[in-house]
Design a binder for this molecule. Structure first.
Ligand code: 0A1
Ligand code: ZN
Length: 879
């Protein structure tokens, strides 16, 4: 157990920095046994600071301090103090130059924060507070400095030396060493600093900006990955063009670089001019990446690139404002993905993630507002709430203002705050000023945690031809927040008549040409909306296109859901009606014996989906996916995972048995014709085929087994190969499954990204991924505790996706996860803290499970020397 409780940092205690840094000159001497970092800071007192005295405090972590000099004079140790992660100099003048030399050990840095080594190369990760692991510095985003960085290393082992900005000098040194100096003209916070040194292959391309400037684009990867760069490079160019066209944002440096590294805690990082990516989020080829991977790569490349404006040019004042850059940038990348692919499918995917995982987070012990009020460890706040709910908040502003005013607002925001470190409130203010709209109540979205619930009732007055929607809003209590105020919720609705026609929504008796969709603005605890000229009771289509991140409660009948599934003009709600129907059917079977009949209308609806080839196949592909176990758990009050799993399984089997012929026909119909393509249609075709195959193998169909084997062997792309492998893994055909897994490994064993898929297909499969097999995977040669991707692909997939195995009634899954977390807590606390998540949800589960999950959490809490990261999550979960 920790003896000292980590400090909580409060937004309310924010103070401007006492000292500013105008310029930082860095010199890195990189060696095999460590690195020496020389840093010279040109500093001055901040005229805006009211802090008394001449005391300078710099942040540092895991540093060996070699020397400190003030204005060229080396300080004697009495003149400064090194304690509690700070270097304190009691007395500094108003303006001065501070030189600090530190020694660090990148080769032993398993936390992957600051400067570390990954597959023989040096690289950095400084967000949020990694720069302090490199040198002493005021490591906070509102201190922005111009960086000049000289890197020295052995030429043969590290021919490529990169940092932010432009190279301004390079040359040879003694002993086979060389150096390159980089200069970044844009002042930036330290979290955007980056350095890379390695033996890397360079891929070049170029992009001509809207004003005619030629930008040098470069990707740096390990030589074995040279063939896996093209897709990301193209995605980069598409992103650059899109940001010019849609947001008027032009790139600002002459070079833009992307580097791929295998060991990385997160997906990627937007360092100025030098984005660093987790290899799994950037490297791809048709043979090794699935459609989903390609789409993820495109979105992440765009996301990091878009940060150049939303994050780098305009950055965050403090880490409470994290969603300022993340929410806005996720919104921008989602718009981009919608533009280049299928907008409805993108919306479905995003809403699914939000409703499954973010709603759960917002209802759990770590719930926090989009702008948190406090934290212990900021790394724990890179959450679905900050990113995904933050995106929804920006999207709601976009929808309330409309695209033109939103663009005016974003132009104003960038113009007003270029070069500054600002707050979410500054963002909202720019939107208000540009549009003339009052967003004061809307700001509660940033302040109040928890998912608002809208309870909808309706009544139809046949005599007057009025249809009423009565809408009640509540915002649930969350840790530290009760009695919340009603929020401002854009609630898009449509009404369908019995023929499936959308009705005009006249809010008064004399309104003519009323629109058929309206965004109702919910602002109170209870509101009534009246629609005139509605002669027959309509079917309401509520929260169209998922217009707000809320839960809607409306007592749809199955008939109404079936009707919406085939008639709603809103693609999202059409899909959602199918989900609701399936959920209703599955929930009605939970805890019932197997004799209970499965509503035949569900089979009928799925039959229509499979047979009607005039339907948008991308939407059909999504509609055929049954709601996940995770979502069913989220919807339950006291989840009993084995019962949920069993009920869902019954429905799946019943559908597959009943629709065998249709599934086979669907499989045949979507045989790939011609070359592999990444169009929405082709992606939908593969998805349908693989879903059909998966269902058929699930019921042990031997004809499908033959199809799966040949698809596995003959596939010309990873989507099909992995689709077949997954179907085999989840089938009862033990021999074929083993053969396929072995063949797959044999073929791809030298490709870490594919090996990660191989791990996770097994770990996420209930058929295979029981605890003994998970332990066996951890012993596999290809498994590596130091590589976050490997840990995620086995442990993360097991605890996060293989619910019935993880929630084994004997509690073994929980104990296992606790062991893993304790083990990783020493080497990589960020990853350890993330892995705890499934256990933190203990209140969600039936008491017999919840109790054991709590015990597992307690066993983590009691570990000696627990990291701040894990402490915060575990402590809050047990509170
Ligand atoms: N800002 C990056 C993601 C990122 C966040 C935190 C990190 O370390 C704690 C690393 C990367 C992005 O949004 O892409
Ligand atoms: Zn981001």
């Amino acid at each position: 157990m920790r003896t000292d409780q980590p400090q909580t940092i409060y937004l309310s205690e924010y103070q401007v920095p006492a000292y500013l840094v105008d310029q930082i000159d860095l010199r890195f001497e990189l060696f095999e046994d460590g690195a020496r970092v020389h840093s010279t800071l040109t500093m001055r007192r901040n005229p805006e600071s009211g802090a008394p005295g001449q005391r300078l405090e710099l942040d540092g972590d895991s540093l060996i301090l070699e020397s400190v000099a003030l204005d060229g004079q080396t300080l004697i140790p009495d003149a400064y103090e090194e304690a509690d992660g700070k270097l304190v100099i009691a007395d500094v003048p108003g303006q001065f130059e501070l030189s600090v030399v530190t020694w660090i050990e990148p080769q032993n840095n398993t936390r992957l924060e600051g400067l570390y080594k990954s597959s023989g190369m040096f690289c950095t990760q400084c967000e949020a507070e990694g720069f302090r692991c490199i040198t002493y510095y005021p490591d906070r985003p509102d201190v922005m400095a111009r960086f000049r960085t000289r890197i020295e290393a052995d030429r043969q082992s590290y021919p490529v030396l990169l940092s932010n900005g432009n190279p301004v000098e390079q040359g040879e040194l003694e002993n086979g060493r060389h150096f390159v100096t980089w200069e970044d003209p844009f002042p930036k916070p330290a979290y955007l600093f980056a350095l890379v040194a390695g033996d890397l292959t360079e891929k070049r391309d170029s992009f001509t900006t809207c004003s005619g400037r030629e930008i040098d684009l470069r990707m740096y990867v390990e030589p074995r990955n040279a063939e896996k760069c093209d897709f990301a490079m193209d995605a980069l160019k598409r992103s650059m063009r899109w940001d010019e066209e849609v947001y008027g944002r032009e790139y600002d440096l002459d070079i833009f670089m992307i580097v791929a590294v295998d060991d990385f805690n997160m997906g990627a990082m937007e360092n100025k001019g030098l984005n660093i990516f987790n290899s799994s989020c950037v490297l791809a080829s048709q043979d090794t990446a699935t459609d989903a991977t390609f789409q993820r790569i495109e979105a992440i490349v765009a996301h990091e690139y878009f940060h150049n404006w939303s994050g780098n040019r305009v950055t965050c004042r403090d880490w409470f404002q994290l969603s300022l850059k993340e929410g806005f940038t996720v919104f921008r990348d989602a718009q981009f993905s919608a533009d280049v692919g299928s907008p409805t499918v993108k919306r479905i995917e995003d809403a699914t993630l939000l409703r499954t995982a973010q709603f759960a987070e917002d209802a759990g012990p770590m719930a926090h507002p989009v702008r948190p009020a406090s934290y212990m460890e900021i790394a724990n706040f890179y959450t679905l709430t900050i990113y995904e709910k933050g995106e929804e908040v920006v999207r709601m502003i976009h929808n309330l203002l409309g695209p033109e005013l939103f663009r005016k607002g974003s132009d104003l925001y960038f113009e007003r705050h270029d070069g500054q470190a600002v707050t979410t409130d500054d963002f909202v203010k720019a939107m208000e000023d540009a549009s003339g709209r009052d967003l004061s109540q809307f700001r509660l979205w940033y302040e109040q945690a928890g998912t608002p619930v809208l309870t909808v009732e309706d009544e139809h007055d046949a005599e007057q031809g009025i249809y009423r929607l009565i809408i009640r809003q509540t915002v649930p209590d969350t840790p530290g927040q009760t009695n919340k105020k009603p929020q401002h919720i854009p609630f898009a609705v449509g009404l369908l008549d019995e023929h499936g026609q959308v009705l005009p929504l006249a809010l008064t008796a004399d309104e003519h040409n009323a629109p058929t969709e309206r965004v109702l603005e919910i602002t109170g605890a209870e509101q009534v909306f009246e629609f005139h000229g509605i002669e027959e009771p309509p079917v309401p289509s509520l929260l169209r296109d998922f217009s707000a991140p809320v839960r809607v409660r409306y007592p749809y009948t199955r008939e109404q859901l079936l009707f919406l599934m085939s008639h709603d003009t809103d693609g999202f709600n059409r899909w959602d009606a199918g989900q609701k129907l399936a959920i209703d059917v599955i929930e009605s079977l939970v805890g019932e014996d197997d004799g209970k009949e499965i509503d035949p209308r569900l089979v009928g609806a799925y039959r229509t989906l499979l047979n009607d080839t005039s339907l948008d196949q991308a939407l059909v592909a999504k509609m055929l996916q049954l709601p996940s176990e995770n979502y069913l758990v989220e919807l339950a009050d006291e989840a009993d995972v084995p019962s949920i799993h069993h009920a869902r399984e019954r429905v799946l089997q019943h559908l597959a048995v009943s629709l065998r012929e249709e599934l086979l026909a669907c499989y045949q119909r979507h045989q790939q014709a011609g070359d592999y393509q990444l169009t929405p249609e082709a992606i939908a075709g593969r998805s349908l085929r693989n879903t059909a195959l998966g269902w058929l193998l699930h019921i042990g169909d031997v004809e499908a087994l033959a199809l799966a084997r040949s698809q596995f062997e003959q596939a010309d792309n990873m989507t099909d190969r992995l689709g077949a492998l997954r179907a085999l893994v989840n089938s009862g055909f033990d021999k074929e499954r083993t053969e396929a897994l072995d063949a797959f490994y044999e073929r791809f064993q030298n490709d870490p990204q594919v090996v990660e898929m191989w791990f996770s297909v097994q770990a996420a499969s209930f058929k295979m991924g029981q605890l003994p097999h998970i332990r066996h995977l951890l012993e596999h040669d290809a498994f590596d505790w130091k590589n976050p991707n490997k840990v995620r692909s086995v442990v993360g997939a097991f605890a996060g996706q293989n619910l019935p195995a993880f929630h084994n009634p004997d509690g073994s899954g929980y104990g296992f996860l606790a062991d893993v977390v304790r083990r990783l807590d020493d080497s990589n606390p960020q990853i350890a803290a993330r892995l705890v998540t499934p256990l933190t949800r203990w209140k969600k589960f039936a008491p017999a499970y919840g109790r054991q999950m709590r015990t597992a959490l307690e066993s983590i809490r009691d570990k000696k020397g627990l990291s701040k990261d894990v402490y915060e999550v575990v402590y809050k979960s047990l509170a």
